[in-house]
Design a protein around this ligand. Structure first.
Ligand code: C5P
Length: 411
């Protein structure tokens, strides 16, 4: 592996990357992207659409990439006409950043009417898209359908982020930060740091049925578990996601097992447990279930109904009893005495790490996009993370799981 002047690892040395730039205001950020990829050792070739050149000049990207920028299919020298195929053959990766609704639509429809789209069609290697557009454009069902279709076809997508947009609106549509795009390029090209690892992740609520149409549940959205599963898969892990009912799309490249009740979740978790090295229990498992599930719908004849509940098995504690050298991570959603309960859970469930959050804090807990968590380790260490997006919390948890697994191997 090549090492730079400052001793930093250059993970992209010898890799040929095509950067496609399309006509969105985020096009100015492509300069940083090209610079970052070159800095990591990649041989970068830029293709710009006509609209992109209204936002940033080819000269800027030519200077930063140290290669001629391809802008026009029919401009002399006409060798570009075949060059797009040659470049597509040679490239290890094509990344389009920003990717407008227009280019996404064209790729999804198989249109090849300029240098960038013809190169995309000629690519046999991976293609990464970094969408950037107005929030309403991004939410448009046609754009969403196109992105889903491309994802199913194996295109990689680094999702836009929420925040103030150049058009004056606020919402999802801002291009992912350049560092994130470069990290995805690295993962795609090097396989990711979790390669070779099998993870079992649980997510969402459980439903404990009273009768065929009624159940006891909780407001878990599943976002934390889905974010963990998605990032783990992108970082190269093999992921089994056992999920309660949620309104989220299954993450790409993840084996999804749908369950409803705690007992079903337990059965699925037990089935896959022997095959994995680590388990992250992000599901909000119902602690109790009705002692009897009525076969027929309970009619509202009586003024009062008494429901008898029995305790569900503690899935995580069950795994703790037979964990061997597997890493077990649990979550603790608390309203009070957070540290005390988290430490007790570590002991009682024989977990290696408990991710605890105070659900009375604004921005934390059920249904939110963000979370402020404290990490409690079996060896007594503690770590407090600031309020972060659940995707970023997921990243840190996966980093820690990897560290725990590595320390286990060494120790
Ligand atoms: O004990 P408590 O429910 O607060 O513990 C939360 C952690 O234990 C979570 O990781 C949750 O997924 C897991 N859990 C479980 N089985 C249960 C209840 C919780 O595995 N029945």
């Amino acid at each position: 592996m090549a090492v730079g002047k400052a001793g930093e690892r250059k993970l992209l040395t010898g890799k040929c990357i095509i950067v496609g730039v399309t006509g969105g205001i985020a096009a100015y950020k492509s300069a940083e992207l090209v610079r970052g990829l070159v800095k990591e050792g990649a041989d970068v070739h830029v293709i710009m659409t006509a609209a992109a050149q209204e936002f940033i000049t080819p000269l800027t990207l030519q200077t930063l990439s140290r290669n001629p920028v391809i802008t026009d299919m029919f401009a002399p020298p006409s060798r570009w006409e075949v060059e797009h195929v040659a470049l597509a053959d040679r490239a290890d990766l094509l990344v389009i950043a920003p990717a407008t609704a227009n280019i996404i639509g064209k790729i999804a429809a198989g249109i090849a009417d300029d240098m960038l789209t013809t190169t995309v069609m000629a690519m046999t290697g991976p293609v990464l898209l970094a969408p950037a557009m107005n929030v309403h454009m991004y939410e448009n069902p046609v754009v969403q359908r196109n992105l889903r279709l491309l994802q199913e076809l194996g295109y990689h997508i680094v999702e836009p982020e929420e925040g103030p947009l150049a058009c004056g609106y606020s919402g999802k549509g801002r291009m992912a930060p350049v560092e994130k795009i470069i990290a995805r390029c690295r993962e795609i090209l090097t396989g990711g740091d979790l390669q070779g690892l099998s993870l079992l992740i649980t997510a969402g609520p459980t439903r404990e049925y009273i009768d065929p149409v009624r159940f006891i549940s909780n407001p878990s959205s599943g976002r934390m578990g889905y974010a963990l599963a998605e990032r783990a898969a992108q970082r190269g892990a093999e992921v089994i996601l056992v999920t309660g009912p949620v309104a989220l799309a299954p993450p790409a490249g993840v084996k999804v097992v749908q369950v409803e009740s705690a007992l079903e979740m337990q059965a699925a978790v037990e089935e896959y447990f022997p095959a994995v090295q680590a388990v992250i229990m992000a599901a909000a498992v119902g602690d109790y279930r009705p002692a009897v599930k009525e076969e027929k719908k309970i009619k509202k004849e009586k003024d009062e109904v008494v429901l008898r509940l029995v305790k569900n098995p503690d899935i995580l504690a069950g795994l703790g009893e037979k964990k061997g050298d597997k890493v077990l991570v649990g979550f603790a959603a608390e309203t009070h005495q957070l540290a005390e309960y988290a430490r007790r859970k570590l002991r009682e469930k024989k977990a290696d790490l408990i991710v605890a959050n105070d659900i009375t804090n604004p921005g934390s807990g059920f249904g939110t996009l963000t979370n402020a968590v404290r990490l409690f380790y079996a060896d007594g260490r503690e770590e407090e993370l600031p309020l972060m997006k659940k995707e970023d919390v997921a990243e840190v948890i996966l980093d820690r799981v990897l560290e725990l697994l590595k320390s286990r191997k060494v120790g």
